[in-house]
Design a protein around this ligand. Structure first.
Ligand code: SAM
Length: 283
């Protein structure tokens, strides 16, 4: 591998979101060769660094000390040292600290180099089966019910896939709130424990997903990403269009699968598509 000159660069290094093997060889090399690693929680990151026998010294940079710590790191960069920024998991700055540091460092014309890797929202989107050509990442919803409802109301007519981070403690309340705001038929993906042993990525109409999560407490645990399909303008596609897609799919697929794909493609309910598939089969 080509060894990079790390002098006076700030590296933004993505770390695994669960599976330690997801640290790239380039990330390992950078973390080994910089002068200092700024970590959100030095103890937490200690496990990862130990796993890869990385002995570089660490300093903390978290939301409560970012402003002051950024100035110290800037001065080290100005003296020619190289710095890597990591967060507890995934890509720094994505619902994680680092924005102040990066903007300060760029203002002083010091090079900022991304070392890309894991990011929960991208991993979830890539496997969700929801449209990925356009999406909007909303980070964490407000914890207070009123503010949460307001954000959901403001997003309910968005046509692109909407992605949220959510804590397991609030998952059920958030899902029920979403059900009230966007209705039972909208597709939603729950992506839990990505890259870990109990990884679960399930996409269903909201009412089905809520019932499933309510009935299985295992689904209420662990880290999760919620992805809500955008509103399809033509929410109730004409019967002719549903029949056209169904009759194409029914040539090669069982009825349940054909109905599920038709519902997903056309943004209609799976039950409606299934009823039409039944009628088509009978005729
Ligand atoms: N910077 C991180 C990234 O690149 O994804 C996100 C940090 S944010 C503080 C933590 C949130 O990311 C969690 O509450 C959860 O919503 C999501 N997350 C992180 N790891 C995850 C995983 N393995 N599976 C599902 N969601 C995860």
């Amino acid at each position: 591998m080509e060894i990079e000159s790390t002098s006076a660069n700030l590296y933004i290094v993505a770390t695994p979101i669960g599976n330690l093997a997801d640290l790239s060889p380039r990330a390992i090399e950078v973390l080994q060769t910089v002068d200092v690693i700024a970590a959100e929680d030095t103890r937490h990151s200690g496990h990862l660094l130990q796993h890869y026998a990385i002995k570089t010294s660490t300093v903390s940079l978290h939301e409560h000390n970012e402003q002051q710590r950024s100035k110290v790191l800037l001065s080290r960069l100005q003296q020619g040292e190289s710095v890597a920024l990591i967060s507890d998991a995934g890509t720094p700055l994505i619902s994680d600290p680092g924005y102040r540091l990066v903007s300060l460092v760029r203002e002083h014309n010091i090079k900022v180099v991304p070392v890309p890797g894991s990011c929960a929202l991208i991993a979830a989107l890539s496997a969700s089966g929801l449209p990925s050509d356009k999406f909007s990442f909303e980070g964490f919803l407000p914890s207070k019910a009123g503010a949460k409802r307001q954000v959901l109301e403001s997003l309910k007519n968005t046509s692109q896939t909407i992605i949220f981070y959510e804590s397991p403690r609030r998952l059920r309340a958030t899902l029920n709130e979403m059900l009230e705001v966007v209705g039972p038929d909208r597709l939603i993906c729950l992506a839990r424990e990505l890259t870990k042993v109990h990884e679960t990525i399930v996409t269903k109409p909201l009412s089905e997903l809520v019932a499933w999560v309510e009935s299985d407490s295992n689904q209420q645990r662990g880290e999760c990403v919620l992805l809500v399909a955008g509103k399809i303008e033509q929410t109730d596609p004409g019967v002719i269009e549903v029949e056209r897609v169904l009759s194409l799919l029914l040539d090669d697929l069982p009825m349940k699968k054909a109905a599920a794909i038709t519902a997903q493609l056309l943004g209609t309910s799976k039950n409606k598509a299934y009823d039409l598939a039944l009628k088509l089969k009978q005729t």
